[in-house]
Design a binder for this molecule. Structure first.
Ligand code: EPZ
Length: 420
C-alpha cells in the first residue's frame, strides 16, 4: 500500500491551481445517462473516484472516452443496455448511488448493491429512496441491494428531512424526465448542486432555484447532449488555504471562487491569517500575525463545510489557545483527533465535539493512518509542521479526492514523498 513521507518544511510559498470539483463531476457524469446524445465534460479532475464512475457508466453500456491531457471526458450513453451496478464497483465508491435516479428515469429500472457505510458514518440512503418513491418508483431494499422500478415517473412535492446533497441530486436528475412538476423542499444548497442544475438545464431540463432550499423542476420528454466545464473544487481550495496558514506561508490559490469558500475565509481571518481576493486568485498568508484559536461548527451549506473540518483540526493544533470543533453532519468524523494525538496534539473528543489545545505542545512526526480523504489530507498538512518526519499510510483515500496532492504541495516548497 502506498504512503506519504512528509518532512517538516518551512513556509509554503508560491501559487497553485485548483482542479475541477470531485463532488460536482461525479453527479454530472451520472447525469449523462439521461440522454442518448454525447456529452463533453471539461476541467475534469484526474481522481480514482472519477475512474470508478467511468467504469460504472461503461458497465451499463455507455461509451466513455477520457482525455487525461485535456482533462476532458466524453460520454455517449446512446447504447445503455443495463441498469445493474455490480457490488465490486459500488463498494469502491458510495457515489455510485448517484446513478440510481438517472437509470430509473432513462430505463425505468435500477439495481445496485447498497453503498454501505464508511469510516465517517453509516451513510444511509433513506432520503434518496423517499424522494424517488414520491416520484413513483417502486423501491425494494434488502440487506444487500436496492432495486428500483419505475415505468413512469410523475412530478411530486418532496420534503427532505435533512438537506442531503446526494438525495437532492438524485431526485433532481430523476425529476428532470418525470411528467409534470417536482418541488424539492429543504433541498441542499451546495455549489455542486448548482453546477449539476446548470449542466441539466444545458441538456434542456427546466430547473429553477438550485442553490436555495426550494428547487422546482418541470419535467421534459427528452434531454440532449451538451458541453460543460466543472466548477473548481472548493474543498481542495480550502485545503490549500489551510496549507498556507498552517505552514505560516504565502500562497496564491489560482482559479479559486471566493463565494464558494466564505466560511473558510471567515474562520481563517478569525485565526489571524490574511486572505486577499486578488485578480487571479485568493492569496492566503499565515506569516503576518500570530495565529490564534477559533471555534468551528459544521453545518449544511452555506455553513462551515464538514469536508473542511479535518484540515482545520490540524491547523488549530498549531495556534495559540484552545479551540472547539463540533461536527453536526456525520456521526463519526472526528477520528482525525486520535491520529493527531499520536503526533502530540492531545485532542479530547466528547461526543460530536473535539477540544483542541493549541501550540503548547508542538507536533512531532509519527506513523499515522488516513481514515477518510479529508482526514488523510489533514494529516499531510500536520506533517508539514511536525518535528521530524511523518508517514501517512492508506493514502488511497487522499488520491480519491485530490489530484496530484503531493506534487502541488512540493511545488510550494513542501517535501512530500510518495512511496509504495
Ligand atoms: C456529499 O455526500 C459529499 N460527497 C460528501 O463529500 C460531503 O461530506 C457531504 O455531501 C456533505 O456535504 C459527494 O458529493 C460525492 P449527505 P452525501 O447526503 O451526499 C445523512 C468528501 O469528502 N443522510 O448530504 O453522502 C447522512 O447520513 C465527501 O468529498 C441520511 O440520513 O452527503 C449524513 O449524516 C465525504 N439519509 C448527512 O445526511 C440519506 O438518504 C449528510 O449526508 C442521505 C444522507
Amino acid at each position: 500500500m502506498a504512503k506519504f513521507i512528509i518532512e517538516k518544511t518551512g513556509p509554503l510559498v508560491g501559487e497553485v491551481s485548483i482542479s475541477g470539483a470531485k463532488n460536482a463531476v461525479l453527479p454530472i457524469l451520472a447525469a449523462t445517462i439521461l440522454t442518448d446524445e454525447p456529452c463533453e465534460i471539461n476541467d475534469v479532475p484526474l481522481l480514482s473516484d472519477v475512474d470508478v464512475m467511468c467504469r460504472i457508466l461503461r458497465c451499463v453500456g455507455a461509451k466513455v472516452d477520457v482525455d487525461e491531457k485535456e482533462h476532458t471526458i466524453v460520454v455517449d450513453a446512446k447504447g445503455i443496455n443495463s441498469s445493474e451496478i455490480p457490488y465490486d464497483l459500488v463498494k469502491m465508491m458510495r457515489a455510485s448511488i448517484f446513478t440510481m435516479g438517472p437509470l430509473i428515469a432513462r430505463t425505468g429500472h435500477a439495481n445496485m448493491a447498497l453503498p454501505g457505510g464508511c469510516s465517517i458514518g453509516s451513510r444511509p440512503i433513506d432520503l434518496h429512496n423517499k424522494g424517488l418513491r414520491m416520484l413513483g418508483a417502486k423501491i425494494t431494499v434488502d440487506e444487500f441491494s436496492v432495486d428500483a422500478y419505475a415505468p413512469k415517473l410523475k412530478g411530486s412535492l418532496v420534503y427532505l428531512d435533512f438537506p442531503s446533497v446526494g438525495a437532492t441530486e438524485n431526485i433532481m436528475m430523476a425529476a428532470s424526465l418525470a411528467e409534470g412538476y417536482t418541488t424539492i423542499e429543504n433541498a441542499a444548497e451546495e455549489p455542486e448542486i448548482v453546477d449539476l442544475a446548470n449542466f441539466l438545464n444545458k441538456m434542456g431540463a427546466k430547473i429553477k432555484g438550485a442553490g436555495t432550499d426550494s428547487i422546482r423542476i418541470e419535467g421534459v420528454k427528452k434531454l440532449h447532449g451538451t458541453r460543460h466545464a466543472v466548477i473548481p473544487d472548493r474543498i481542495e481550495t480550502g485545503t490549500f488555504m489551510v496549507a498556507a496558514a498552517i505552514s505560516r506561508g504565502d500562497v496564491l490559490i489560482k482559479n479559486a471562487l471566493p463565494d464558494h469558500v466564505r466560511p473558510v475565509i471567515a474562520k481563517l481571518l478569525e485565526c489571524g491569517a490574511t486572505v486577499n481576493d486578488e485578480v487571479d486568485g485568493l492569496r492566503v498568508r499565515g506569516d503576518i500575525n500570530r495565529l490564534v484559536a477559533t471555534d468551528i461548527k459544521t453545518l449544511p451549506y452555506p455553513g462551515f463545510p464538514t469536508d473542511m473540518q479535518a484540515p482545520f483540526m490540524s491547523l488549530l493544533t498549531t495556534v495559540r489557545g484552545t479551540s472547539t470543533i463540533i461536527e453536526t453532519i456525520f456521526e463519526n468524523r472526528l477520528q482525525l483527533a486520535g491520529e493527531l494525538s499520536r503526533m502530540g496534539a492531545n485532542i479530547r473528543v466528547d461526543g460530536n465535539m473535539a477540544i483542541v489545545p493549541g501550540d503548547k505542545r508542538p507536533l512531532h512526526g509519527a506513523n499515522v493512518m488516513a481514515t477518510d480523504l479529508r482526514a488523510g489530507a489533514a494529516l499531510v498538512l500536520a506533517g508539514l509542521v511536525a518535528e521530524g518526519h511523518t508517514e501517512v499510510s492508506d493514502i488511497y483515500h487522499i488520491e480519491r479526492g485530490y489530484e496530484n496532492f503531493a506534487d502541488k504541495l512540493n511545488s510550494l516548497g513542501a517535501n512530500v514523498k510518495r512511496v509504495e
